[in-house]
Design a protein. Sequence first.
Length: 487
Amino acid sequence: MSGEVLINLTPMETRVAVVENGVLQEALIERTRRRGIVGNIYKGRVVRVLPGMQAAFVDIGLDRAAFIHVHEVMPPGASPEEQLAIGQLLSEGQSLVVQVTKDPIGSKGARLTTHLSVPSRYLVYMPDSPHNGVSQRIEDERERERLRELLERCQLEQDIEVSGGFIVRTAAENVGQEELFADMHFLLRLWRKVGERKISAPCPSVIYDDLPLFIRTLRDLMRDDIEKVRIDSRENYVKLIEFAEEFMPDSSARIEYYPGERPIFDLYSVEDEIIKALGRKVQLKSGGYLVIDPTEAMTTIDVNTGGYVGHRNLEETIFKTNLEAANAIARQLRLRNLGGIIIIDFIDMEETEHQRQVLRVLEKALERDHAKTKCTGVTELGLVQLTRKRTRESLEQTLCEACPTCAGRGTLKTAETVCYEIFREILREERAYNAETYMVLASQAVVDRLLDEESAAVADLETFIGKTIRFQVENHYSQEQYDIVLM
């Protein structure tokens, strides 16, 4: 499988597209005014302690106070017996050094932890944890053991005493001691600077700011199967090359400046794919389709055969549609950056072997997702449950806002419904004010219905109240809007 990373930079935003085999798999967007803050370390102040929730709110200098749970304040590895109440750990007005684990999403503030860590290309340094570890995505036990030994050797060879622990990242698979040593040395130097800022920085303030998106992309997403990284900014291309030569020398030859007149995101139809990813319906090549509905609590995905009728029998048609849907769902989760609880309603399959194969294809497709996912299998109702770690806003939350007309419902009241609301409102006004004439201001669709299908009802209402009702079209009104003027 071959891949490319396309980076589009403007003064207002940075956009990154991860393309595999010519198909967009992931889109990352960061606006200058709303830059993601996951990974940033702040010196904050506790503004409120909530004993009932075993949590606290911390002011880190954002519009909304951030949230921290008691588990994120206790020392790493503390047993349940050692658990303390939040009031014993934090008090209002106390300064606290914290790291953001989740961006502010919707009405929720950022999520915090006191278990600090700083990443590099191959390692993550955890200054407060004495343990070393290796990414679970490295499955070869021999390679895991080799990396553990290399890690310990590098720690012994550092010119300063190393406190804390390290996690070896997936990207470190098959790398040598020299690369790990360089990464470790960089992280320890970085942490010394953070330590100095912790003492001198005012409260609240940032004491460690993670790399900008286009450099994080190189650090976190660069794999052996990424053939090219194309960037359309000459100035930032130079920065990317400098970073690569210092920390990822093997990658610098794959970084290209893209000077083309055609916008970089027009390659592989990235712009079109992003627009499709904002839609509710996803068409499958077979003729089937997915319906994706994100809600506050979870995301539901429904699989339908649509126009696919198959060639043999119903069970075979359903099985093939579900197999295609499993791959499409894994891609959509990455592309839309959907997180939290995800419920998938595959088309019901009678054969247990077919269920097992579809589940296996889904799990295999999810392996390429850098976000942590966990699939719990098929429930008694035939639904597949999985969770995907949510650290930032979804693509829809980044690019869209709730419709001001329907307030995010996705539906509008019919013109008929609005007409009957107007009738009821006129009756209320008549009982309260006893006006001489009523003027109804409404949208074109509503007025048309009042003068046509509902004209008999309007006449009956005029007779009942003994008053004249007039109508006026307001072109800027939505279908649900209306006003009744007493004259």
